[in-house]
Design a protein around this ligand. Structure first.
Ligand SMILES: [Fe+2]
Ligand SMILES: [Fe+2]
Length: 277
């Protein structure tokens, strides 16, 4: 089974890039499931119900959200009720939504893909619970031992994400990092833990979908100005050099073992729809 997962979609530019390039993704990779992190769609922070619907209609099968999950109150109902969108599983117990989901592939003869997201603790500034204990609890709730399982580790440091990769090695199909918006060049399959154990794919960060002439998706000038003066200003979302970053992951659906992972970058054309031309 083939799964494509995209890094954090940032602002209108990111959403339009994804909408434009989904046909190319299907032509190139022919994924059975398309996943994306959508925490930054609403002008950089959060997601609105309208944006959720547009991305779903465009072909995003499963959506994840990190530290920006609860920025927009209007998305809480969707987080509670829809089966294809999750927020970090280690938020406080009363947080709206859920931390894991099962996505049915397009080819209905394939088993579901389970997706879990947890937040790291280092430099995140959120009241999150222990990601290791939380991910173990969520994994224990998955009914099948051989299930295809993607764990997204939404964290600031590559070290914490690597550590999660080793913690879950042999137990899940892939550990994929997000949040820093810059893709890392370490896509690979971790060494086998023991004979017969499933193989786990890993990449410390997926990168982002959005304007790459930017500071992690925001316009350069306000960020530099803040850096130089300390004065607070709006960090608008960038729109130049639109690209999408993601990985194409192959999993043996009979064992849940990863067989290949490839990082990719696709360039969007801002002169063509759905961009304003
Ligand atoms: Fe993000
Ligand atoms: Fe984030």
């Amino acid at each position: 089974m083939r799964i494509v997962m995209l890094g954090d979609i940032v602002g209108a530019c990111g959403r339009q890039s994804v909408q434009q390039l989904i046909p190319e993704i299907h032509e190139k990779f022919k994924p059975d499931v398309l996943l994306a992190n959508v925490e930054n769609v609403a002008n950089g922070s959060g997601l609105t119900p309208d944006q959720y619907r547009r991305l779903f209609d465009a072909g995003v099968d499963g959506m994840t959200m990190g530290d920006h999950a609860l920025r927009k109150r209007e998305i809480y109902k969707i987080l509670q009720e829809k089966s294809n969108i999750i927020r970090p599983g280690n938020l406080p117990a009363g947080a709206p939504g859920k931390g894991s989901m099962a996505i049915e592939p397009r080819n209905t003869s394939l088993p579901p893909v389970y997706v879990i997201i947890v937040l790291g603790n280092m430099f995140m500034g959120l009241n999150a619970n222990d990601p290791v204990a939380s991910v173990d609890t969520l994994l224990a709730q998955i009914p099948r031992k051989d299930a295809t399982i993607i764990v997204e580790m939404h964290a600031e440091t590559t070290s914490e994400k690597q550590a999660m990769g080793w913690h879950l090695n042999g137990r899940v199909s892939a550990v994929l990092g997000s949040h820093t918006h810059v893709p890392t060049a370490d896509a690979g399959i971790l060494p086998s833990t023991k004979i017969g154990a499933r193989r786990t794919a890993f990449q410390a960060d997926l990168g982002m979908c959005g304007g790459h002439e930017s500071v992690i998706g925001r316009r350069i000038e306000p960020v530099l100005s803040h850096l130089r003066t300390g004065v607070y200003m709006a960090f608008d979302v960038a729109d130049k050099d639109p690209r999408i970053n993601g990985v194409c992951l192959d999993v043996d659906q009979t064992t849940g073992s990863a067989t290949a992972i490839e990082r990719f970058v696709l360039h969007a054309n801002p002169q063509k729809p759905p961009f304003m031309v």
